[in-house]
Design a protein around this ligand. Structure first.
Ligand SMILES: C[S@@+](CC[C@H](N)C(=O)[O-])C[C@H]1O[C@@H](n2cnc3c(N)ncnc32)[C@H](O)[C@@H]1O
Length: 180
């Protein structure tokens, strides 16, 4: 059995201004199958709390952690896993050969998404600089599409153990079941 894990690192957070987008990076990471999120130390505690509250209510084993030195963390990560940096300047994911190489690795994966400006060194540290198309858009969209392609859509059918509420999918209206 492959016990490979996939984590997300969000770099380049601007306090206050990026509160919502960094929260959304976390929610997308969790909902689209990642095992956890690493954030810079300057990220507001309320971002971490919001993501943890979603995990408490909706389940899953998703870890959120702040890092003192994200670049050093990436350096050390490379001893045990691979680093995928999502950037519009990278190799287009539509060329599936890169994605296939990433999928076939048995090592843990760190997916790095940036903000306004990403430190140059990340482009060199990354094992793969991957573009979700070579047009500028958003870290939230880039992460969602990368994870969805990585898991071939299977993440959308995942169960989240320990959920307190669950949605009963319905063609109209909102049906929610309390589980515990
Ligand atoms: C506001 S964008 C900045 C665009 C940036 N100059 C870049 O390198 O992609 C913030 C983040 O969104 C992600 N991003 C935006 N467009 C992307 C694309 N086409 N492919 C992959 N990632 C993208 C990157 O992680 C980037 O650091």
């Amino acid at each position: 059995m492959n016990l490979r894990r996939i984590y997300v690192l969000r770099i380049g957070h601007r306090p206050v201004r990026d509160h919502r987008v960094t929260t959304h990076v976390g929610l997308v990471a969790r909902a689209f199958g990642a095992d956890g999120l690493f954030l810079e130390e300057k990220v507001e505690d309320s971002v971490v709390q919001t993501i943890r509250k979603v995990c408490y209510t909706w389940g899953g084993d998703f870890k959120v952690e702040k890092l003192k030195d994200p670049i050093n963390f990436v350096r050390e990560w490379k001893n045990k896993g691979i680093v995928v940096h999502l950037t519009m300047y990278g190799l287009n994911i539509a060329d599936e050969s890169m994605l296939n190489l990433i999928k076939s690795s048995e090592r843990d994966i760190l997916v790095v998404v940036g903000g306004e400006k990403v430190p140059r060194i990340l482009y060199d540290l990354a094992d793969y600089n991957i573009a979700i198309g070579n047009q500028p858009h958003s870290e939230v969209a880039a992460l969602a599409i990368f994870l969805d392609r990585f898991f071939d859509g299977r993440e959308l059918l995942r169960n989240f153990p320990g959920a307190r509420v669950r949605i009963i999918p319905s063609s109209r209206g909102k049906k929610i079941q309390r589980v515990m």
